[in-house]
Every structure is written in C-alpha cells, then in structure tokens.
Design a protein around this ligand. Structure first.
Ligand code: 26M
Length: 819
C-alpha cells in the first residue's frame, strides 16, 4: 500500500476546505474540517475500493449478501483511518494544522441505522469480512432518520428525530445507474404461455418505487480490501409532472410519490418487540427486492446458468426481517428467469440461511394474510405454494399428526409466520451462542429441529477488536502492542500472550493506571454531558444496553436502593465508593421501560445529592447511549453488568466488549456469558442467579411466587415499599406503582415478576459484595481484569465470520495484488 504523505494530505485538506466552503483553513469551523478530512480519507479509500472490485471481477469469488434491516455503524472517519493504518499519521497532520483529531471526530454523527445488538453485530461482521479478504455486500435501507436521539428531561426519556444526513454523508456514493424497480399491490394475472407450455404470472395495477443504491465503503484492516455496504433509497418512479389531464393518473402519481417518500423515512425503533405495521413490511420487501435483483444482475454479468446461482452467492438473513428474500428469489427465478418450481426451489434453498437472535415470543414476526396478500400478491402466492408443499412434507413424516401442522405451518390461523418460512426455505438455521442454540433446539424450535436437525447450528457472536480496542481504547491498545506486538489486531487470540504479565506488579500498575486514565476521560464526558461529578477512583459499575424488562435494569437500580438503605442505616460501615452507570434507550411505546429510566434518574437525584453519604454512591444515567460514546464507556468500565434472566438473552455482545477492555463480568449464566466464564474461569467472574434450566422449569410449571420473597425478606420488602411510598417520588407517590405491580401483582399480568427479579435479588446482592471484596484487593483485581482481556480471544467477530465461512458460506479468500 501507498505510504502516507503528510504534506500531500495537508494540502488536500486545505484544498477541500476551499472547494467545499470557499474558505481558507483558518476560517473553517470544526464541522467543515471534519468534512474536508473525510473527503481526503475517501480519496484514499476510493482507489482501494476500485482495485478491490476489479480484483473481485477477475477472481470471480463467491459473495455473501448480509441482508439486514439494521446496520449500527457508528462513526466512520476514525474507524476508516484505523483500518487504513493512517490514524496516528492523520492525527499528527491535524496537530500541525492546529486541530485535535478527537475533537474533529466528535463532529461526525453516528450512523445509527439500527436498534441494538442485532444491528451492531451486522456492523462488526462487515468489518471482519473485509479484514479477512472475503467478498461481501451488506444490504440494507438508507433511513433518512436513524435510531432516535434520547434526551432526558425531568428524568424522563424524550425521543428526538435523528437527522443524521443534515450535513451530508461524506463517505457514501449514490449509484443511480444501479437503480431497480420495486412493485407493490395490484393483482396477478395468469396467462397461459403457448410457446413454453406454462403459466405466466403478470402483476398488474401495481404501484412502484425506484430503489436507488447508496454505497458505503467498508475498509478492511491493512489489507487493501474495501467492501460495500449498499443501502437503498426510495424515489418516485414517475417524474412528478402532469402530462395528461387524467385525474386518475394524477392521483396515482401523487400516491407513488408518497409511497417512495414514506418507505425509507425512519428506522422502526423497537427491540425484541414486533407490531405488524404495514410500512414495516413495505420496508422489508423494498430493500429485499432491490438487493435480490441486484445480486441476480451481478451474477448474470459473468454467468449464464442461473441454476448455479448458489455457487457464487449466499444470502444470510439477519433475523426474520429479510425473510421475504426467499419468495422474491423464487419469483425472479420462475417469473423472470423461466425456471420451473423444483429448479427454483433447489437454488433458493441452497442460497438462503437464517440467523435467529431471540427467543422472546413477542419478537416473532407474523403478518395477517389480508395485509400481506394485498401488498405483495405474487409473493403471497409463492408462499402459499411453499406452505402447501411444506405441509405435505410434514404429513409424510408425521402421518395423521394435525398438531405438527398447527405448530409448524408457514401460514396458519390467518397469519404468515416468517420464522417458519425462513426455516423451511433455508439451508441453515443458527443461534448466536451455545446456550441459545440449545434452547432453540430443545424448546422454541423443537419441532423443526426434530424434522430437520441437519439445518441447525451455532455461531457464537463476536465483536471487532479494531473498533472496540484499537480505536476505542488507544492507551490500552498501545500498551498491549508494546508487550506482545500488534498481531492481536487481526488475530485476537494472540492477546492471550498478555497472561504472562498478570502477576507482574509493574504490568498490574500500568494496566490499572490506563484504566484510571480512561475513567478520567469518561468522568470528563459525564461532567460535560450530565453535569454530574464522579470520582474516577470509585468502582465504575456499568450496565449499557437497550432497556428491556428481561435485561433487568430494574434489578440493578433496586439493588442501588438497597445499598443506599444500608449506607444510611450504617454510616460507619466500610463501603468502597461505587459509581453505577446506566445507558439505555427504551422503545418509545414501552411504558414500563420508560418508567424504569425515570426511576433510575430519580434514585440518582436523591443519592447524588445526599451529602451525608460522602459521595460513596453515585448513579449516572448517560443520555443517548450509542456506538460513539459506548467506545468511551467500555474502556472505562471496572464491572460489566450482564444480568438478564437466564435463558432470555440470546448472546449479548456488550459483555464481550467489556471483557476485551478488562472488565470482569457480573452476570447470570445466560447467552454468551456462559462461554465467557468458560474462557476466563469462574473465579474471574461474578456469577449468580437461577440457571436457564431452572427458569424454564419454573415457567413450564408455573411454580414461582414472588410473594414468598416479599414476605420473608425484610430488605426486599423495604425496597419494594419505597417504590410506592414516595421515597423517590415525593410529588407523586403513585408514580412507580406499575413497577411495584410488575413484581408482585398477579392482576397486572397473568404472572408477577416474569423476569425473576426477586428470586435472583439476594444472590445478585451477594455477588455484588464479592465484587467489592475483590476490588479492595488491588493486585488481585488487576490480575482478574487483565485475565479477562487476555482470555477474550474467542470473542472476535473474525472467529465468528471464519466459522460462517467454513461451515456455511464456503467463500473464497480474495488475494489483493501487492502495490
Ligand atoms: C421488530 C419489529 C419491528 C421493529 C423492530 C423489530 C426488531 C428489531 C430488532 C426486533 C428485534 C430486534 O433485535 C433483536 C436483537 O437485537 N437481538 C439481539 O441480537 C444480538 C445479536 O445476535 C444478541 O447478542 C442479543 O442477545 C439479542 O437480544
């Protein structure tokens, strides 16, 4: 690769400022500098991008199309510099110009085209695919508004639109020459084709939208590879102009204009919860139809036999959201490419694979037949036929067993079940952690597993160390590299070489000092963004993730209330200062989640302002938790809170980011926590609570009664009473009644405390005491924290991607020519 030329870079930045803003560099503001630097970086990227695509053309590798409604990319500029290995050089160049690269980076809005774990996983996968030299496309939607920005007003969450494109996106490239037409509605006319002796299916009376791709470069680490994230924008297909006085055409034109405008307007901000909204289905079909069409077009440029499509392409479906891809591929193969059903089915089932990300029942996508068939009439016909044949298969395997059909049919009870379609039509069904996959096989998808066990497999999630250590924690990254070299950047298991230093007092000191500096950096962020003063010498105990009952932020804050009671009762008690840090967005319509945010902030108000406790306890709710501030938070954490009700968190990926940055896990045996403990040893984690099997057994036998805990445990009773006696809501004692009810009142739902908070509370509190005890032993803590970092090698997304490639996708590694 070309060597970085500092003076040439500076000249280009100056030139960009001039061209873009008609200003000299001294006159430019920080946003303008950000744009100018980004365009200079893009210049370098473009050369590699063109070279990569030329090489792909030449070597004709198999592609993976990662189909996802969400890509939670975060900021691009810093990460691109990291992967181009030009970060330090550009930092110097900007210093020379009198700018701080970190400050310039803060000018970039996060690309928040995702809700949480599922969307961020997609982003990590793209980074790993490019770094490992695999040909890949991310396929998604260019939402005008991404995940809402969160403001906290009077302790309550307020959602503010995320106008992330307002200053333009310097890294994207509009590609109108690759636009595709996507059709909605109308009806299907069947016409007998005399010549070919078959029926033709012709969609008529439809509305259409022009899908225009925007390409975003995905830079591999130090390998010259640049892959593409292709996000689709929608435009009206007809120019909005009246060339006829026909009123019907006019209204039709207006409607098509509106359809286009609405489709890509906004990301649906729901996590693990599904509401059958028509616009959501439109979004799904819109980006899937465009992406599948584009994949076929690309294949046909080089290949003539469409029946071998699967040799050059595989579609990974990120949850059920993109599952219409199955039927869209069938449609194109049959209606446009002329294949018969069986031929088309063979191609489709060798192309599509499905990843499941949750066992939460409320997340399962089902569409009413009426809505589905009206919006996608031809696609619905195809799904009907897939369903008919699938039911025949079930009957053949389980003769006379109506129950199996009821439980497994793709269309049943007036609904189209997307997970069933994905399983029936995919060559693979995978879970995202060992425990999760086992639960899928034994519980949630038991019938499907019994019928087709060969499809089921596990791919434990991972994260990219390039963003979450090299970029997010430069101090630690440099320190690790100074000890063991930089091999870990592309081969994370090498970080285990740090294990030889865990008992070395000098290394322990240095490690703790780096952690301290990162805590100072976060304390500064908190001071500037929350106006709260926190002590970087206190234990930073962190829970950051979407707000959901199963993740049990409520248990965490109830425990804080319990600690506060103890400190007030026993002021003389020796208590190691603790800062509890929360960050979480609640879905806009999720009442209980939003009330939990209010409770956290109410507890914070009381605790943080009680001078009598000498700052022993602080509670901070970080506003607008997102990828960019997450990088600061992981680097500064002492304790990683991973406290979901066992069996509910499919994997978790935040847990891995904390571990990589040397924060031990305080958690349940859930999701990937199980594998984290396996890697680092249970003596280097703080594990508590019911096991997944215990939770499942309770659920199956309706045998848990939270009143037992309320009646028999004074500490628990006291904390719960404080929810309804105005302790944290003097102006409205009823404010937190719903949270109280959720734990105790069987009338508020059919069962109380569905997430076993009271059952786990005391073992959680005990584990928290163990944390404090361990932290007091400074050397012991340094050892434990360093061991966590050293044992995090398994959790790189490079490993996850390599497993997908070896076991499912069978991609070819593309070798880049030396430059
Ligand atoms: C559904 C309908 C309408 C709008 C949005 C949705 C929806 C969006 C995201 C439903 C679920 C969504 O995400 C689920 C998710 O993020 N699951 C998480 O996936 C991670 C990556 O595999 C895991 O680590 C987490 O444990 C899992 O909760």
């Amino acid at each position: 690769m070309q060597k970085f030329d500092k003076q040439a870079f500076i000249a280009e930045v100056k030139d960009n400022v001039k061209k873009l803003y008609r200003k000299n560099i001294e006159e430019a503001d920080k946003q303008q500098i950000f744009q100018a630097v980004s365009y200079a970086v893009k210049d370098t990227i473009i050369d590699n991008w063109m070279m990569t695509q030329k090489e792909y053309e030449k070597q004709d590798p198999k592609y993976v199309y990662y189909m996802s409604m969400e890509f939670l990319m975060g900021r691009a500029m810093g990460n691109n510099l990291i992967n181009l290995t030009e970060y330090d050089e550009v930092k110097e160049a900007l210093d020379e110009l009198g700018f701080d690269l970190n400050v310039i980076e803060d000018q970039e809005p996060d690309a928040a085209l995702g809700n949480g774990g599922l969307g961020r996983l997609a982003a990590c996968f793209l980074d790993s695919l490019a770094t490992l030299n695999y040909a890949a496309y991310g396929c998604g939607i260019r939402y005008r508004y991404g995940m809402f920005k969160q403001k906290i007003e009077d302790g309550y969450q307020i959602e503010v639109p995320d106008n992330w494109l307002k200053n333009g996106n310097p890294f994207e490239l509009r590609r109108p020459e690759y636009a595709k037409e996507v059709k909605f509605g109308g009806y299907v006319r069947v016409e007998y084709d005399e010549k070919n002796h078959r029926n033709n299916f012709i969609q008529e009376g439809y509305q259409s939208v022009r899908a225009v791709p925007f390409d975003i470069p995905i830079v591999g680490y130090n390998n010259g590879v640049v892959n593409t994230l292709r996000v689709w924008d929608a435009e009206a297909i007809v120019d909005f102009q009246l060339d006829s006085f026909n009123k019907g055409d006019y209204m039709n034109a207006v409607e098509q204009e509106n359809l286009a405008k609405n489709i890509v307007e906004v990301l649906y901000p729901a996590d693990e919860h599904y509401a059958g909204k028509e616009l959501r289905l439109k979004q799904q079909y819109f980006f899937i139809s465009a992406s599948v069409q584009a994949a076929i077009t690309k294949y046909k440029k080089k290949h003539s036999d469409i029946r071998k499509f699967y040799e050059k392409a595989t579609f990974q479906l990120n949850d059920t959201h993109p599952t219409v891809a199955v039927a869209e591929l069938m449609r194109i193969l049959m209606d446009e490419e002329g294949l018969g059903w069986d031929e088309a089915w063979e191609v489709t089932t060798k192309t599509c694979a499905y990843t499941n990300h949750t066992i939460m029942a409320e997340a399962l996508e089902k569409w009413p037949i009426e809505l589905f068939s009206r919006l996608l009439p031809r696609i619905y016909q195809i799904i009907e036929e897939i369903n008919r044949r699938f039911i025949e298969e079930i009957k053949a395997k389980y003769p006379g067993n109506q129950d199996k059909i009821r439980k497994m049919a793709i269309i049943y009870d007036g609904q189209v079940k997307m997970a069933h379609l994905a399983i029936a039509a995919g060559y693979s069904v995978n879970g995202v952690a060992v425990l999760h996959t086992e639960i899928l096989k034994k519980q949630e998808l038991k019938d499907f597993y019994e019928m087709m066990p060969e499809k089921f497999n596990n791919k434990t999630n991972g994260i990219t160390q390039r963003r979450f250590l090299l970029h997010g924690n430069p101090l630690l990254a440099k320190w690790v590299t100074a000890h063991i070299g930089d091999g870990w950047i592309t081969n994370l298991p090498e970080i285990h070489k740090m294990a030889v230093y865990v008992d070395d007092p000098k290394a322990q000191q240095e490690f703790m000092n780096i952690k301290y500096q990162n805590k100072v950096r976060l304390a500064k962020y908190i001071r500037e963004h929350n106006g709260i003063e926190v002590d970087p010498r206190s234990i930073f105990d962190v829970q950051v993730k979407r707000l959901h009952e199963y993740k049990r932020q409520l248990m965490n804050i109830l425990h804080v209330m319990y600690l506060y009671n103890q400190i007030k009762d026993h002021p003389e008690m020796d208590f190691y200062p603790r800062t509890f840090i929360f960050g979480a967005k609640a879905a806009a319509g999720y009442r209980r989640a939003k009330l939990t945010i209010k409770l956290i902030n109410s507890v914070a108000d009381v605790v943080n302002n009680d001078a009598s406790i000498n700052g022993k306890l602080k509670v901070v709710f970080i506003e607008d938790y997102r990828v960019s501030n997450a990088e600061l938070i992981f680097a500064a954490a002492d304790v990683s809170e991973q406290i979901s009700t066992a069996s509910k968190e499919a994997s978790g990926t935040g847990n891995m980011k904390f571990m990589l940055n040397g924060a031990p896990t305080l958690g349940t045996m859930d999701g990937a926590n199980v594998e984290i403990v396996q890697e680092v040893g249970k003596e280097n984690a703080f594990i508590f609570g019911l096991t997944a099997q215990q939770v499942i057994d309770y659920e199956n036998h309706g045998g848990y009664n939270p009143m037992d805990y309320f009646n028999n445990d004074q500490d628990i009773r006291r904390v719960l009473m404080q929810l309804i006696n105005g302790e944290y809501a003097p102006d409205d004692t009823e404010r937190f009644r719903d949270l109280y009810n959720s734990l105790l009142n069987t009338k508020s739902s059919d069962r109380a405390d569905t997430y076993f908070i009271l059952a786990d509370f005391k073992s959680y509190a005990a584990a928290q005491r163990e944390v404090e005890k361990a932290y007091r032993d400074e050397k012991g803590w340094a050892r434990m924290a360093m061991l966590n970092m050293a044992c995090s090698g398994k959790f790189t997304s490079d490993r996850t991607i390599q497993e997908y490639v070896d076991e499912l996708w069978h991609l070819d590694k593309v070798i880049m020519p030396e430059k």
